[in-house]
Design a protein around this ligand. Sequence first.
Ligand SMILES: Cc1ncc(COP(=O)(O)O)c(C=O)c1O
Length: 384
Amino acid sequence: MISNGSQKLIRPLVRELHAYVPGEQPKIKGLIKLNTNENPYPPSPKVLRAVKNAVDGRLRLYPNPTAETLRVKLAKLHGCRPENILVGNGSDEVLALAVRGFVEPEGRVPRVPNRENPEPRRTRPSETVQYFTPSYSLYPVLADIHDAAKNAVPLHSDFSLPDVAELKSEKKWQFDAALTFVTTPNAPSGRGYKTAALEKLCRAQKGVVVLDEAYVDFANENALKLALKFPHVLVARTFSKAYSLCFQRVGYFVGPAELIAALDKIRDSYNVNGLGQIAAEATLDDLKYYRANFKTIVATRDWLARELTKLGFRVLPSQTNFILAKPPLFPAPDWLAKLRDRKILVRWFSAPEVRDYLRITIGTPAAAAALVRAARAASRIQCR
Ligand SMILES: Cc1ncc(COP(=O)(O)O)c(C=O)c1O
């Protein structure tokens, strides 16, 4: 970028920041979009009706500042009190609030000693955001934005969760980190984790633990009870994936009232837009519709995994609405291009642990069949 002198006005932290890179939202028509874990099915007709009916003179008014009706409904669903719920502009917002609310910024004291700071600066647990790799790639960006320290600890090579004894013996894991994020089921691997294993980890942590359950509706179990049991555990949920509502940006935390109240103090006053609140409320009135969709998506996922396996892909077990698969014959980025040439968009990440894989969102059965056809055609050309 050519600087016209404005650059120096920007905080060095922001100037140097590597921002989060969202998946592509293509402008080209006719692409089968399997790259951002969106739900292939529309919101329930009741939700569409509720949103349409709300597009009237009300738009001039501020929405309810605390998403009260939605919190009451969520509390009923989860068997807790509205004081245990914080709603955000997508779950991304509540994750960001957790960093701001529970982690001290490191400050700009250099870690490498110099004349002014002769002592090497050691990162304090109170300044640390901790997470496993690979997991949701937003966590390190949130830590960087906040000038917090990052402690990224690898999962096992099959993306399973190390147990507490292993974490203790390997020494890198910090049991006193101010904030620990666990994506469960994991993204981008799709692997589900046992609630019992998560409970052991939560018991061992002294700081706040956020269990990010963005994909949990496609999984065999969830860990919500931990957020209602421990004083330091929050569960993050979203309406984006299972509830077909990415566009409206609604996510939330469930957890101890004291933590929720603390985050409530630092969020924007009207952080959840009015139509989003209405859409989410109507969603909760029609859960039957969504539960039927989960079943179809899980069945399509299992079919796709079988078909890709027949073509030589190594498909990891998934408890989400996507699969992570190691393609045969040529490198994953080449597959990305070859599938795109055939109008199918999937996701590839450059991080070393996953660069040999493609992450494929589960679409409709027709989209899955189109993907299998495209993969078969690409393999055939290579094998000639
Ligand atoms: C693990 C995980 N958590 C949270 C989110 C954010 O979801 P939302 O749309 O609610 O901000 C995503 C979105 O991709 C995700 O993959």
